[in-house]
Structures are given as C-alpha cells and as structure tokens.
Design a protein around this ligand. Sequence first.
Ligand SMILES: NC(=O)c1ccc[n+]([C@@H]2O[C@H](COP(=O)([O-])OP(=O)(O)OC[C@H]3O[C@@H](n4cnc5c(N)ncnc54)[C@H](OP(=O)(O)O)[C@@H]3O)[C@@H](O)[C@H]2O)c1
Length: 230
Amino acid sequence: MNLSGKRIAVTGAFGALGSVVSAAVKSAGASVACVDFAPVTKAPAALQGYVLIGAVDLGNAAAASAAIQSAASQLGGLDGIVNIAGGFRWEMVADGDAATWDFMFNVNVRTVLNASKAALPLLRTPGARIVNIGAAGAVKAAAGMGAYAAAKAGVARLTEALADELKDGGVTVNAVLPSIIDTAANRADMPGAQFDRWVKPEQVADLIVFLLSDRASAVTGALIPITGRV
Ligand SMILES: NC(=O)c1ccc[n+]([C@@H]2O[C@H](COP(=O)([O-])OP(=O)(O)OC[C@H]3O[C@@H](n4cnc5c(N)ncnc54)[C@H](OP(=O)(O)O)[C@@H]3O)[C@@H](O)[C@H]2O)c1
C-alpha cells in the first residue's frame, strides 16, 4: 500500500500500538508526526528521526489544537490523522468509582474529539483521512469492562457521526476495533494466555495503512473488527 507524499499525524504514537503504526505509515512512504502525552525524551528509539511532539494532553482542546497545528506546520500540511491515544481500566461497578467513567471518557473519547476537531480545518486535500481506534470489546461489555466499553462505544458513535458529516467533503472517517493486542503489557498482565491467538500490532497497522490509502476511498463510517483468533 502506497502512502507516498501523504502527511499523517499519529496520536498515542509513543505507545505500543502507536509506535508500530507510526513506523508502518512511514515505511509506506508517508511523513509522520508523532503526538503523545509523554515527553519526547520518552519516545521509543525506533521513532528517532520522526517529527516528535510530546507532553501534549489531547484531553485539553487548546493543547490538542496547538499540537495538531504544529504537526501540520512541521510536515508542510496534513492529509490524515490516526487517533490512537487512549487508555484502559478494569473495574467492577459495585466497588468502582464514577470518576473512572469520567477518566475513560476523557482519555478515549475527548482525545479523539479534540484531535479530530483540530485536524478538520487542516484536512483540505482530497482523500483526507481520519482513522480512530475503538475496541472489539465495546460491542458487548463483559464484567469489569463497563467504563472502557462505554467510552470506546463513544468512539464508534463519534466515528459514524463525523463520517456522515464529512461524506460530501471527501474526508473518510473509520475506526478499527481490535480485540486484545499482543503487546508486552498484555503479556505481563496475562502470562498464562495464548499469545499467538492475539492480533499483532503490525496486523492492526496494516489495516490502518489501507484505510489511509487511496485504495480505501469508498470506505467511510466503517467500524472494522480486527480480532486475530480471539
Ligand atoms: N492493547 C490492547 O489490547 C488494545 C485493544 C483494543 C484497543 N486498544 C486501544 O489501542 C490504543 C493503543 O493501545 P496501546 O496498548 O498501544 O496503549 P499504550 O501503550 O498505553 O499507548 C497509548 C498512548 O496514548 C497516550 N495517551 C494517553 N492519554 C493521552 C492524552 N490525554 N493525550 C495524549 N496522549 C495520550 C499514552 O501516553 P502515556 O502512556 O504517557 O499516558 C500512550 O503513549 C488505545 O486507544 C487502546 O484503548 C488497545
């Protein structure tokens, strides 16, 4: 898949999925700006040489706007954004806290909303793209997953609404819905699991590269499960 000449911002880019997606997008020919909450000193070594914009809380609209404008100015424009920043909490309702629901909403929905709103005025090229990260687990919540699943369901609804709003403007908006991803953190949390059943970050990255490409021009408002053998 060829992304030559495209200028793409990736949020949550210093994380497990974001760093792999950033590398895949770059190796497909795009120039990439990596945005994250962590300072640039914490960026993975693999992202040296990329445009790095750290210490950004995308939950804050002004900070998101400044970061996305900086990404566009350093890349010479913007053709797409991949909204990967997010977080997870497992918490049962009975002994949980309403603050967790606010936190999950802020870190998963508000980040996507703020970054997308900041990008919209900049996504002027035909074939511009927004790709969001939802979660397969948001379709039906299991025990302990209420706040996270509700927030990721919010990402799904935001994706559908924005896709409809931008349908005539040539900007596509889609979401990928991974089940558990084969990351070091998940392996550490679930040492007894069968890791080979989990979807690999590189497989999620391949789907995202396709959605960013010109080949995906007819795909918008799609919520695409990517679940390996889970
Ligand atoms: N891992 C899975 O199994 C899985 C499955 C389905 C969906 N997902 C989704 O995939 C995405 C990436 O997951 P991951 O496993 O790669 O997580 P990760 O390693 O924790 O990466 C997430 C990144 O987002 C950043 N971030 C969090 N809040 C932010 C904010 N307010 N502003 C800017 N950046 C922020 C984090 O920075 P800090 O670490 O500094 O906070 C981190 O670098 C998330 O949206 C997650 O919900 C993951």
